[in-house]
Design a protein around this ligand. Structure first.
Ligand code: IVH
Length: 674
């Protein structure tokens, strides 16, 4: 231990000690010194750094908490998209998942899986460059998230520097940010004491804490992290299995949960599920299920993805949380497409930590099928984030005067008649966008929503006022708003009005996919909008497309095509589109069918014999993704793909510090950037 007089050596020693104790406390769950001693060491380091500010570096344990709050979060585009995962609920679902995997792999023997927990928090991407934490981003919409680096730096269980002397040039570590149950209880106690709003559950508390613009607040919130995946990796070989990846993370000082195992086939998965279900209540954090992933990465690559989710992974969810309460009334809600949804108004009840007062009954047939009446005692269910629903009534508790639900004949908002087409389950208000304020509000809110035009500050209350005062009828009217009109609204200071105008201005620069999605065309969700944008490349090409051309788009069937053609054929909608373009909405158009070139600008050198791919095949794959294949290694080489008996090129690559991949690494890179 260096003497206190040798301040340079002493500060280096203090940093190492503090990191070691924090890791023991937060990650190994095995505190190595009393809190008071830790605090004393911490204060000593702070004092040295105050006297010699030139030695302060961002990795010092004293530098976790930032200074002034941010004005807003910056957007970060993920190099590799952050996907979601399919859910299974029953034993049959799991058996079917395993069977699909085994068939997909043409395997005779049982498939090997990595089993882990499904943490109930928020997905995050942590970027370490040359071992140093440089960036952290939320999942966002999967393609783009928010920069929460300053907040993530306050998470004490996360190393600011990886525990290795040979870190990868770049690694994107993925996992979940969450709050432990005990920290959540303490936080809510503090909120109560301070007369502030309590958080409904640890997940909301974690989300609220992570999305703080002031990292000094986040620092007081005890967030945790568990790793479960990887994005981009440069400058290190990818481990062969998911289990090995997590082991590697553990060695790098990244928290990985100990509750994980490798098992074989569906029986192994179900055993893991049962063992975790039995432990769930005693775990210090909340989980909503377990996750199974095919363990071998080369097998994961074979299985690939369907739509937005991998075929190689499944979340096995615990049964949704349920509670019993009384239906006080059944009213209807009018959605943006005019859909009338019956809603049960409930005596307030806590379901999984959240107070529920409304639950959806979906549609008229559902109300009949479940035979739900006003006065009934019912079971309500809330599964994670989804809208609470009424599951069933409790027949023996039905009062004699229970009232049956009748679908009203007229829209409660605009008075137009409610119609239900024969083949449809949904009854709709016939007033349409022009007559029915509820539909207008819904459509306008959709237009400004985060995944559509993303106009911050235009929330429900504001849109409501704007519609009620007849200031706004169509989305194009948003772009005609002025400072005076906005400032006249309730609870609208000049400054917030200006913010809204700024947000509107900013939203004009958008993408074709967002624009298509924002139009709120029935059956055209986010991923369909992306497909359409990619396929047609320009709005004009889409607007001129006929049915046959639309049906040629990936994943688009007759129902979507019909709805799209109906929308685009309507002169009012064409006029709306023209007005929005005239207002200045613009985006980058591209060649039809253009795929972003993942390897554009990247140069590869192949050396040695690859296990499966011929030289020509590998070259073709790289070139198809926009990359170049060169004959010799230089500083400009992006990657060297080395097989067996690789010679001088490999040595040269090592000397120059060029990223070296094996065949699996190349395939992984291609797959992950596809
Ligand atoms: S893997 C390509 N593993 O669940 C697979 N996700 O629906 C990407 N989550 O956004 C996800 N625990 O927030 C994975 N052990 C786990 C997880 C997990 C929780 C969350 C995560 C993700 C969502 C997927």
């Amino acid at each position: 231990m260096p003497a206190a007089s040798d301040w340079q050596a002493r500060s280096a020693w203090l940093r190492a000690e503090l990191d070691r104790h924090a890791h023991a406390y937060y990650v190994l769950d095995n505190p190595s010194i009393p809190d008071a001693e830790y605090d004393a060491l911490f204060r000593e380091l702070q004092a040295i750094e105050a006297a010699h500010p030139e030695i302060i570096s961002p990795e010092s344990p004293t530098q976790r908490v930032g200074g002034a709050p941010l004005p807003q979060f910056a957007q970060i585009a993920h190099d590799v998209p952050m996907l979601s995962i399919n859910n299974g609920f029953s034993e049959e679902d799991i058996v079917a998942f395993d069977r699909r995997a085994q068939e997909g792999l043409h395997s005779e023997s049982a498939v090997e899986y990595a089993c882990e927990l499904k943490f109930d928090g928020l997905a995050i991407n942590l970027r370490y460059e040359n071992g140093v934490l440089t960036q952290a981003a939320t999942r966002g919409d999967g393609s783009t998230g928010e920069d929460v680096t300053l907040n993530i730096r306050t998470v004490r269980s996360l190393p600011l520097k990886l525990h290795t002397t040979t870190p990868p040039a770049l690694i994107d570590i993925r996992g979940e940010v969450l709050m432990f149950k005990a920290d959540f209880a303490r936080l809510n106690q503090r909120q109560r004491d301070a007369g502030q709003k309590e958080f409904a559950n640890p997940r909301n508390a974690a989300a609220g804490s992570l999305r703080q613009l002031d990292s000094r607040i986040t620092a007081q919130r005890s967030l945790r992290f568990f790793a479960y995946g990887i994005g981009k990796l440069d400058g290190a070989a990818m481990p062969a299995t998911h289990a090995a990846l997590l082991d590697w993370y553990g060695k790098l000082g990244i928290p990985v949960c100990a509750e994980r195992t490798v098992s074989q086939g569906a029986p192994g998965l179900l055993d893991f599920y049962a063992s975790i279900a039995a432990k769930r209540i005693d775990l210090p954090y909340e989980i909503d299920g377990v996750v199974y992933k095919v363990n071998q990465f080369d097998q994961q690559r074979i299985l690939g993805f369907v739509s937005r989710a991998p075929r190689f992974a499944l979340a096995h969810k615990f049964p949704a949380e349920e509670a019993i309460t009384v239906v006080q009334d059944i009213t209807v809600q009018v959605g943006r497409t005019g859909a009338i949804t019956p809603v049960a108004r409930l005596a307030p009840v806590s379901v999984g930590g959240v107070t529920v007062t409304n639950a959806t009954l979906h549609n008229e047939d559902e109300v009949r099928r479940k035979d739900i009446r006003v006065g009934d005692t019912v079971i309500v269910r809330r599964a994670g984030d989804v809208i609470p629903e009424v599951v069933a009534n409790v027949p023996e508790r039905r009062p004699a005067d229970a009232q049956e639900f009748l679908m009203p004949a007229h829209c409660p908002v605009c008075g137009s008649s409610i119609v239900r087409l024969e083949e449809e389950a949904i009854a709709r208000c016939s007033g349409g966008w022009i007559k029915c304020a509820a539909q207008r509000k819904g459509g306008l809110l959709h237009f400004v929503s985060r995944r559509a035009m993303d106009i911050e500050g235009l929330g429900e209350q504001l849109v409501e006022q704007l519609v009620d005062r007849h200031v706004i009828t169509t989305p194009a009217d948003f772009y005609k708003l002025g400072l005076t009109a906005l400032s006249e609204l309730e609870r609208m200071a000049q400054k917030s009005a200006q913010n809204v105008l700024d947000a509107l201005e900013k939203s004009k620069s958008t993408t074709l996919a967002r624009f298509i999605y924002a139009l709120g065309i029935r059956h055209v969700g986010e991923s369909t909008a992306k497909e359409l944008a990619r396929h047609f490349g320009s709005l004009d090409a889409l607007m001129e497309a006929n049915e046959e051309q639309i049906l040629a788009v990936n994943d688009i069937g007759p129902v979507v095509a019909h709805s799209l053609l109906g929308f685009l054929g309507d002169p009012l909608n064409r006029e709306l589109i023209a007005q929005l373009r005239a207002a200045g909405l613009h985006w980058q158009e591209s060649e039809p069918g253009h795929k972003p070139q993942a390897f554009a600008g990247k140069t590869f050198v192949l050396t040695g014999t690859l296990p499966k791919l011929k030289r020509e095949e590998a070259t073709e794959m790289i070139e198809a993704a926009g990359g170049k294949v060169a004959g010799s290694v230089s500083k400009k080489t992006s990657y060297v793909v080395a097989g067996e008996d690789a010679g001088s090129k490999l040595v040269k690559a090592q000397e120059l510090g060029v990223t070296i991949l094996d065949e699996a690494g190349l395939l992984n890179l291609l797959e992950s950037q596809a």
